[in-house]
Design a protein around this ligand. Structure first.
Ligand SMILES: CC(C)(COP(=O)(O)OP(=O)(O)OC[C@H]1O[C@@H](n2cnc3c(N)ncnc32)[C@H](O)[C@@H]1OP(=O)(O)O)[C@@H](O)C(=O)NCCC(=O)NCCS
Length: 231
């Protein structure tokens, strides 16, 4: 392992099991998270080149995501697995597993599922309220916009963050199966008490692979967490 000492003498924050992330998918999963990214985590030699010339913030986020992912793999009896990245930044998991990584300035998490349970999984974290009204048109479909405009200001800010995060989680889940890049206007999110549903607004490759796309979300301590498992 290669340490990146961004803040000297400050040990990285603990990586903890995340029951919350695990409950966001309808299959057996292992997830880990950390709530402080003040210091970078050790990387495996094979991973260092991805951030060798990156700014400290990127090194902290990348290494925290890898540390969470490695903790999850360890629980599945896979030790010291270097998590390489594909040409489109997608993490490469051991063949029998699917997984996903997310990070914000102060949070990182990773989830891993067996491919026997889920063909792919995507998670995303976003700060609650981070998607201001000035961004809604970039992210939302006309129907999503109409729905947001009918909500109270505070509820709409949270709802916009959920829509944004759900689309990113969906993108991460579908990409390993399809290799398809998606625009925010390619899908539409509908939200109810139980979770969210993703509907295509144009023909998507995933439609020939899995028919229904449903995910779950949780809002906690200013953080929106979303997850979707494609079976
Ligand atoms: C990749 C993306 C979804 C999220 O990146 P982000 O803003 O940095 O958000 P997060 O921190 O939550 O997630 C980053 C992690 O996602 C993972 N990721 C990146 N690209 C990925 C891909 N193509 N497939 C699967 N996972 C991917 C990586 O693990 C990455 O972290 P790492 O580079 O440190 O390994 C975003 O940057 C992007 O490219 N969006 C455009 C496509 C999109 O979101 N469309 C939405 C319409 S459905």
């Amino acid at each position: 392992m290669t340490p990146f000492n961004i803040a000297i003498d400050l040990p990285p924050a603990p990586i903890m099991i995340s029951h919350l992330l695990m409950e966001l998918v309808p299959v057996d999963a292992v997830a880990y998270e950390t709530h402080s990214l003040d210091t970078a985590y050790p990387l495996m030699a094979e991973e260092v080149s991805y951030v060798a010339t990156s700014v400290p913030k990127r090194i902290r986020e990348f290494s925290a995501g890898r540390a969470c992912a490695r903790a999850a793999l360890r629980q599945l009896h896979i030790e010291d697995f270097p998590i390489l990245a594909g040409a489109h930044r997608e993490p490469i998991w051991p063949a029998a597993f699917a997984g996903s990584i997310t990070h914000t300035k102060e949070y990182a998490g990773a989830i891993v599922v067996s491919k026997d349970d889920g063909r792919s999984v995507g998670i995303d974290a976003a700060r609650e309220g981070s998607v201001g009204e000035d961004l809604w048109r970039e992210i939302c479909s006309p129907l999503e916009l109409k729905w947001l405009h009918g909500l109270t200001t505070d509820t709409a800010r949270t709802a916009a963050s959920i829509i944004f995060s759900a689309k990113e989680a969906f993108y991460k889940a579908q990409f390993p199966l399809t290799g398809e890049w998606l625009d925010f206007h390619d899908v539409q999110i509908s939200i109810d008490d139980r979770g969210f549903r993703v509907s295509p607004l144009r023909a998507l490759r995933l439609q020939s692979i899995a028919p229904a796309w449903e995910g779950r979300f949780h809002v906690t301590c200013g953080l929106v967490l979303t997850a979707i498992c494609i079976r």
